[in-house]
Design a protein around this ligand. Structure first.
Ligand code: ZN
Ligand code: ZN
Length: 250
């Protein structure tokens, strides 16, 4: 059979998983970064109304829970609940008309945006839907530098109970030569949430590293003691997201 000419092979995505003891890895590239910048805009009436409802809901929840705790003598806990939920709800209500923008990656609404940096250095904001980072500047958002590297693990990604690692050092992307563990041993909490499951402690083994790097990913908790995996390298975090699409329980 003649070899067809002029046809291009479909992009090679090796989905074959390989198992070094304790580590499941896959060859995966970071998804492309759209060349798109979206303007900041006033929220629509419907968006503002929906935020008003959400904010009021949280505020009322805080008043009820905080009030009940107070009533039964748990003054510190009650005060904390009032401050946390009351304050959070109020912030959403007051900020319901703040400018929003469409995520340059998935189009979802980016809201609760911080103030842009006065020197116009892009400020990272994360999409709650696709986890991608965009850079907020005066009047617009565009994809954040996909090769950004932070001093400490700060780029946040969701966690699954079992994850697949990109076959690359979690900091620099080089061929892995060592495998480490990342765990919650430095976190002191009553319970932690991974996806939808409650756990006491949690660890992932088989984190790929090259010879020179270490401590490039960290487990940390967010709201509701939910566990996240924080990364120093945005490029590697994006490869991790690509390797684990569909594994995260939302
Ligand atoms: Zn998005
Ligand atoms: Zn490395």
């Amino acid at each position: 059979m003649p070899t067809p000419t002029g046809t291009t092979a479909p992009p090679q995505t090796k989905t074959l998983e390989s198992r070094v003891p304790g580590s499941v890895m896959v060859d995966v590239a970071a998804p492309p970064v759209p060349n798109r910048s979206n303007p900041l805009r006033k929220p629509t009436h419907a968006e503002a109304t929906s935020k008003l409802k959400t904010g009021m809901g949280i505020l009322i929840f805080g008043l009820v829970v905080g009030g009940a705790l107070f009533y039964f003598g748990f003054k510190i806990l009650g005060g904390a609940a009032l401050l946390f939920f009351g304050g959070g709800g109020l912030a959403i209500v007051l900020g319901r008309k703040d400018e929003v923008a469409a995520c340059p990656f998935c189009g979802a609404v980016l809201d609760n945006l911080p103030k842009p940096n006065p020197d116009n250095v892009p400020r990272p904001v994360q999409c709650k839907k696709c986890w991608e980072y965009s850079g907020l500047q005066k009047g617009s958002v565009s994809p954040y530098n996909p090769n950004a590297m932070e001093e400490r693990p700060t780029f946040r990604a969701p966690l699954a109970q079992r994850v697949v690692w990109p076959r690359a050092c979690v900091q620099c992307g080089a061929e892995p030569t060592r495998f480490e563990e990342v765990s919650t041993s430095n976190l002191s909490a009553g319970f932690l949430v991974v996806g939808t499951v409650r756990v006491k402690t949690f660890k992932l083994s088989g984190v790929p590293y090259c010879n020179t790097h270490k401590k490039a990913v960290e487990m940390n908790t967010g709201i509701g003691n939910k566990l996240y995996l924080d990364w120093r390298s945005l490029a590697m975090m994006r490869r991790y997201l690509a390797a684990n699409r569909g594994r995260f329980a939302e």
